[in-house]
Design a protein around this ligand. Structure first.
Ligand code: PLP
Length: 366
């Protein structure tokens, strides 16, 4: 379609309301972990069944701090999916523990409870499921597994703001739930993260750890770091949080429209009871994915591969020799299409038309 602009796979929003909020904070002079952060924590709590929220400077920091606060460290193993962003496993390594990679379910792309059970050993301290692409992991089967073995559960909900399983919000299942506010996420705060916990003592420990181990100024009760959120980020996050419900609804409508339209590729299945928030709308392209992507690009359609190389095959982690067939298959086949709330009806139509045209073109060549 000559002349038409490319439909981007993500379109982060930094609108007038976000800019006004940031300027308001800058003019106030109170820019680090002040009233905006406190308000953001209170408001985000409504999204996670009223659990305590502790804001930090990234999703990675949220994961790292959760593991640290739960006392997970050297000698411990944490069961994680390999089919995720590397931050999931990096957080485990950063506290000195060892990630043990388990396979995913083919349909949801999330940690397979049976594979997780097989990965549990005498040194396992925690399970770290990821609600990948905005689809909830099978918490109803992972929580009993954790309970049987006395394991902590830390949820990586970095891609899944407002996703639910049987009506319960992700982030509210485990000892800690971790969110990211990176610009391409379903809501952002420029950069930022949130840890969500039920236990008030754990919340207090997290608050200390994010701020050099202090509860009182210059009294360091723990060894902490500086992982604080700025008030500029929190103010932007509050604007985005207010818009999240509407954006989630639009993502779902777009996914529904694509589900109904697409003929040439299998559409993403949704598990029973899952409230998918479509951070990504991910299809499988079994053959010639690079060409598929190139043909889409020629038709002005952006797409992305999350993740072509699973974590256990990354240089920093390679060598374990794990057999993760569903992970390898997903890494070879997945392709994410535009589903973000900023899509117009015309753009959505162009996405569907292009995907089916490319599928037909490549299918006829096979
Ligand atoms: C699954 C997952 N875990 C962790 C992270 C880390 O979040 P951040 O980039 O905010 O550190 C991200 C996002 O980037 C993610 O997608």
């Amino acid at each position: 379609m000559a002349g038409a602009e490319t439909v981007p796979v993500a379109r982060p929003v930094i609108g007038e309301a976000e800019i006004a909020a940031a300027v308001r904070v800058l003019r106030s002079g109170s820019v680090v972990q002040g009233p905006e952060v406190a308000a953001f924590e209170r408001e985000f709590s409504e999204l996670v069944d009223g659990r305590a929220c502790v804001a930090v400077n990234s999703g990675t920091s949220a994961l790292y701090l959760s593991l640290l606060a739960l006392g997970i460290g050297p000698g411990d193993e944490v069961v994680v999916p390999s089919f995720s962003f590397a931050a999931t496993a990096n957080a485990v390594r950063l506290v000195g523990a060892e990630p043990v990679f388990a396979d995913i379910e083919a349909d949801s792309f999330c940690l397979d409870p049976e594979a997780a059970a097989a990965a549990v050993g005498p040194r396992t301290a925690a399970l770290l499921p990821v609600h990948l692409y905005g689809h909830p992991a099978a918490m109803d089967r992972l929580l009993p597994l954790a309970a049987r073995h006395g394991l902590a559960v830390v949820e990586d909900a970095c891609q899944a703001h407002a996703a639910t399983l049987h009506g319960r919000p992700v982030g509210s299942f485990g000892a800690a739930g971790c969110f990211s506010f990176y610009p391409t996420k379903n809501m952002h705060a420029l950069e930022g993260g949130m840890v969500v916990v039920q236990d008030a003592r754990l919340a207090a420990k997290l608050r200390m750890l994010r701020n050099q181990g202090m509860a009182e100024r210059y009294r360091h009760e723990l060894v902490g770091a500086n992982l604080r959120m700025t008030d500029v980020s929190a103010a932007v996050g509050r604007v985005q949080l207010a818009a999240l419900a509407g954006w989630t609804e639009r993502r779902r409508q777009h996914a529904k429209a694509l589900d109904a339209r697409l003929r040439g590729v299998p559409t993403p299945p949704v598990a029973v009871g899952a409230g998918h928030v479509y951070h990504q709308y991910t299809v499988r392209v079994a053959e010639q994915r690079a060409r598929f992507q190139g043909e889409l690009a020629q038709r002005g359609i952006g797409s992305a591969v999350h993740y072509a190389v699973p974590i256990h095959r990354q240089p920093a982690y390679a060598g374990g020799g794990e057999e993760l067939p569903q992970t390898d298959r997903a890494a070879a086949e997945v392709l994410s299409l535009p589903v973000h709330p900023g899509l117009t009806e015309g753009e959505l139509d162009r996405v569907a038309t292009a995907v089916d045209a490319v599928a037909a073109l490549l299918g006829s060549e096979l």
